[in-house]
Design a protein around this ligand. Structure first.
Ligand code: TMP
Length: 236
C-alpha cells in the first residue's frame, strides 16, 4: 500500500490517500486537544498508544458484528482503513452522568443512567459541537432517518460489547463518542475508539483514566491510557 497526499489534518490524526481509492491511512499524532481545539499539547507516546488501542477495540467490535472502517495496523502510529463518506454528527452514549450532561442539566456526576442515553452533536469546532436532535440531522441533510436508526442501533451495540469488555478489566465505561460514515451504501463505524473519546473510571476508586485527566489538568494522562491498555491486554 502506497501512502500518497495528505487528505485531511484533524486535531489528533492526519488522513492520507493511498494508491487504492477505497483505502486511507490514519496517522495518530501526539497532539492532544481539548475544548474544541482551544488547548493542544504534545503528549509523548499518545499517538502510538491510541493507534494500538483503537486497533484492539475495532477488532473486538468487528468480531461482535459491528462493521468498522479498520483494516490493519501498519506501524506504531499508522493503520489502514476503509475510505468512508463521513456523516458530520457525533453519537454519544452515556451510562453515568459526566461532562456536558452534568453542566447542561445540573445533575450530580456519577449517577447511573437507566436506560443509557443516546445524544447527537454536530461536528463543528467553531460552533463548539452543538447539541442537536434527529430532526436537525434530516432537515439539514447531514444524514437520513434510516441512517440515524442504524447509527443508534450500532452505538447501543457498541455500548453492550464495550461495557462488558471494560468491566472485565475493572473499569466503568462512563460515556463515549462515535462517528459513522458510509462505505458502499453501508453505515460503518469510523474515526477512532480510544481514551481520547470516552470516559473510563476505575470500578473501585472511580479514578478518571481518560482524557478528562488532560481536560482537568490532573496529570498522568498517558500513564492512565497505558494502564487501561495493560488491563485490557492491548499489546503496546
Ligand atoms: P461530553 O460530556 O463533553 O458531551 O462528552 C461525552 C463523551 O464524548 C466524552 O467521552 C468525550 C466524548 N467527546 C469527544 O470525544 N469529542 C467531542 O468533540 C465531544 C463533544 C465529546
Amino acid at each position: 500500500m502506497e501512502k500518497r497526499d495528505e487528505l485531511y489534518r484533524g486535531k489528533a490524526k492526519s488522513v492520507y490517500q493511498t494508491d487504492d481509492a477505497d483505502r486511507l491511512i490514519l496517522l495518530f499524532r501526539n497532539d492532544t486537544s481539548a475544548f474544541d481545539g482551544k488547548r493542544i499539547e504534545q503528549l509523548d507516546r499518545k499517538g502510538m498508544v491510541n493507534n494500538k488501542f483503537n486497533a484492539f477495540i475495532m477488532q473486538k467490535l468487528e468480531a461482535a458484528g459491528v462493521p468498522t472502517q479498520f483494516d490493519k495496523l501498519l506501524g506504531d502510529n499508522e493503520c489502514l482503513v476503509k475510505k468512508l463518506d463521513m456523516i458530520p454528527v457525533e453519537c454519544v452514549v452515556r451510562n453515568y452522568a459526566a461532562g456536558s450532561l452534568v453542566k447542561r442539566l445540573g445533575v450530580e456526576e456519577g449517577i447511573k443512567l437507566e436506560p443509557s442515553t443516546f445524544e447527537l452533536f454536530l461536528k463543528n469546532d467553531e460552533k463548539g459541537d452543538p447539541f442537536i436532535n434527529e430532526s436537525h440531522v434530516v432537515a439539514f441533510g447531514w444524514g437520513t432517518a434510516e441512517q440515524l436508526v442504524e447509527m443508534k442501533k450500532l452505538s447501543l451495540k457498541v455500548n453492550e460489547v464495550l461495557t462488558q469488555l471494560f468491566d472485565e478489566a475493572g473499569l466503568l465505561l462512563v460515556d463515549f463518542k462515535l462517528e459513522f460514515g458510509v462505505f458502499h451504501g453501508q453505515i460503518v463505524l469510523g474515526d477512532e475508539f480510544s481514551p481520547d473519546g470516552c470516559r473510563l473510571w476505575d470500578k473501585q476508586t472511580r479514578e478518571k483514566m481518560d482524557k478528562d485527566r488532560f481536560r482537568q489538568g490532573l496529570g498522568g494522562v498517558i500513564e492512565a491510557y497505558e494502564e487501561v491498555a495493560k488491563r485490557l491486554g492491548v499489546p503496546l
